[in-house]
Design a protein around this ligand. Structure first.
Ligand code: K7E
Ligand code: CUA
Ligand code: CA
Length: 647
């Protein structure tokens, strides 16, 4: 179905056997369509190379034509810094990872929804204040997005969704730590998540994916017609849900414009189906646009209801509402991505080989009544290949769309796609490059902002299959780095990753390099509550070593300075509730300590300037050593002490 001989040398590198590529493609097709016993309607290809005849998509030719351009190197010499920081979603691991680009070196992991013993996330009181007292065992995060001001990344926060437990989290970029996690009421499974770009973030937009009864308290179980979902706007400063809009259908991915006027979400289940075939009935589902000014006005005028215990204003944005606009899109659309020039937003067809290019200004016209048919907001619908999922941009007018089933990325030109839509004989397809294998998101450097710089593209591939040494039945994902700085895309590197990064943002280091703190400030809110507790006990955490008893509660205060804890031992009684508070008074950059109590399930990281605490019940009598877990000093092994628990 596809001439593999055109593959560029890098795609034919060792291990990328064309026959296997076809196998992957066919099995993915079977998985998508076969399971439902349905053909991929509308997926017939006009030619070998998608919809464009005589395509420059024949990338072998393209490469010869522009052969001067050498692929940029991913090599970053020892001691040199990467030019970009990537925030990788950790998917069902629940964490976020900080990765250097182009080296693809992992710099840090930031626990978000997952317990993490390295830093005591889920162990320390400070983390439990973020996670909540009864935090669930993990999360499923897909979409990390940095706060913006006027369409530029502003380096304040990363926001990320948790599909598994219907939550949204915020990560502080100055200390790379999660500082807020909230539950979103009235919906189930937050999937799509984006930030308001202008005037600033502002709102964080979050899609409730699955449709449920309202309230979901046991009523209407067998009455799917009553199931519904909502679009939520969260105030990114207070982390409170500002309002919710009830929609028809479900909600998949979401995106915001560059003017601060709209958010837009894809819906793949306009049918209200309860199973796979049920969601694949309609040739078109839709993208729904949310008119932010009108919604805010409706909230002000009290045109909302509330559901159950939640106080969040819920507005009706179903068909016929003045708050929303439903734009028909083929078929089961998935990703939705705004172009960095602020003019367009592209809905990716998934079960249609097309993407739909929507012009924001025509959405203005639609809401103003100047355009009657919402479909008239679609100014191009280029055919790109099988399984378009997500689109990224280079800031030079080109778009890059992942083709899940074809295992390719299609580079296409937006202006030419619009011209072709208007009947001009132009070829919008620039190139297709093979990736290994089955890409979900792709992302370009600075590509979700006005500052899209078109240097790098990362393709987040779900399957790695034969690209790496076997790791047992579970394979790593494969993130591929592609140089997009020239006319043709060049595959530069493969990087195995633990499941499952859905999405990533690539930020120039200038956004963070001077803003990230190298030690904690003493008045940091992250541990302010713990310091306030100490103060109430008359303890100065920077200098005092004290054991304070209040009935069955014991508070143990100590400092750490390499290589000693200020308390060599402390004594409690079996059954006491013990709170250990450790303050790292080492002011030396990078001298972090850990505090682990053996056989007690306690470990916490205490970086320079930090105060950390953990509370537990001393339920075992005996001698229990505590020790430092971060190798901090030549005498690190000796950095220890004894907790004496009296029977
Ligand atoms: Cu396509 Cu959750 Cu953005 Cu996965 S989503 S790929
Ligand atoms: Cu402190 Cu090791
Ligand atoms: Ca559908």
């Amino acid at each position: 179905m596809h001439d593999e001989s055109k593959n560029k040398p890098e795609a034919n590198a060792e291990g990328a056997d064309p026959a296997r590529r076809n196998f992957m493609k066919n099995s993915a097709l079977a998985g998508l369509a076969g399971a439902a016993g349905l053909a991929l309607a509308g997926c017939g290809r006009k030619g070998e190379h998608g919809g464009a005849e005589g395509a420059a998509g024949h990338d072998g030719e393209g490469q010869r034509k522009h052969g001067e351009h050498e692929a940029a190197s991913d090599h970053v010499p020892p001691g040199q810094l990467d030019e970009y920081y990537g925030f990788w979603s950790g998917g069902q691991s629940g964490e976020v990872r900080l990765v250097g680009v182009p080296s693809m070196r992992e710099l840090m992991r930031i626990p978000v929804f997952n317990p993490d013993f390295t830093i005591g996330w889920g162990v320390t009181n400070e983390s439990k204040r973020v996670l909540g007292p009864n935090f669930p065992p993990g999360g499923d995060c897909h979409h990390p997005h940095m706060s913006q001001t006027d369409g530029h990344y502003d380096g304040r926060y990363i926001f990320i969704n948790d599909k598994a437990h219907t939550r949204v989290a915020r990560i502080r970029c100055d200390v790379m730590r999660t500082d807020r996690i909230i539950d979103v009421p009235n919906v189930q499974a937050i999937h799509g998540l984006r930030v308001q770009r202008a005037p600033r973030t502002g709102y964080v937009f979050a899609n409730g994916e699955f449709m449920i009864p309202a309230p979901n308290d046991g009523r209407d179980l067998e009455d799917p017609k009553k199931y519904q979902t909502m679009f939520s706007a969260i105030d990114g400063d207070t982390m409170e849900v500002a309002w919710q809009v009830l929609v028809d259908g479900n909600l998949d991915n979401t995106e915001a414009d560059y003017a601060g006027k709209y958010a837009i979400s894809t819906c793949y289940n306009s049918e209200g189906g309860l199973d796979l075939p049920g969601t694949m009935q309609a040739e078109r589902d839709w993208a729904v646009v949310f008119n932010i000014a009108r919604i805010e006005e409706a909230v002000k005028q009290g045109k909302f209801k509330t559901i159950g215990d939640s106080k969040v204003p819920v507005l009706d944005g179903r068909h016929g509402s003045a708050l929303t606009l439903y734009i028909p899109i083929p078929k089961n659309p998935h990703g939705i991505n705004a172009s960095p020039d602020g003019k367009y937003v592209v809905a990716n067809g998934k079960l249609s080989p097309t993407v739909s290019v929507i012009e924001w200004s025509r959405i203005d016209d639609c809401f103003a009544g100047k355009l009657k048919d919402p479909r008239d907001t679609v100014v191009a619908e280029p055919e790109l290949g099988l399984g378009p999922l997500h689109t990224a941009y280079d800031g030079r007018g080109n778009a890059y769309t992942t083709l899940f089933i074809d295992s390719q990325i299609a580079k296409w030109n937006i202006a030419d796609a619009i011209a072709a839509h208007n009947g001009k004989k132009v070829n919008y397809l620039r190139q297709k490059i093979d990736v290994a294998y089955q890409p979900g998101h792709c992302h370009t450097s600075m590509g979700e902002s006005h500052d899209a710089d078109g240097k790098w593209l990362v393709s987040l591939n779900k399957f790695s299959k034969d690209r790496f040494l076997p790791t047992g039945p579970l394979h790593p994902d494969n993130d591929q780095l592609i140089d997009i700085s020239g006319e043709t895309m060049k595959l530069v590197a493969d990087g195995p990753v633990y499941a499952e990064p859905h999405d990533v943002i690539l930020l120039h280091r200038r956004l963070l390099i001077d803003k990230v703190k190298k030690s904690w400030e003493r008045d940091d809110p992250f541990f302010a509550e713990t310091v306030a507790m100490a103060k109430k006990h008359g303890v100065n955490v920077l200098s005092d070593s004290k054991v304070i008893r209040e009935g069955r509660k014991v508070f143990v205060y100590m400092t750490s300075a390499a290589p000693i804890f200020s308390l060599g031992s402390f004594k409690v009684k079996k059954g006491d509730e013990v709170t250990v508070v450790v303050t790292n008074i080492d002011a030396v950059e990078d001298v972090s300590h850990g505090f682990c109590i053996v056989n007690y399930g306690i470990n916490m990281e205490i970086s320079p300037g930090a105060t950390a605490s953990a509370t537990f019940t001393a339920d075992k009598a005996g001698v229990f050593w505590y020790y430092c877990t971060f190798f901090c000093h030549a005498m690190h092994m000796e950095m220890s002490g004894r907790m004496l628990v009296e029977a």
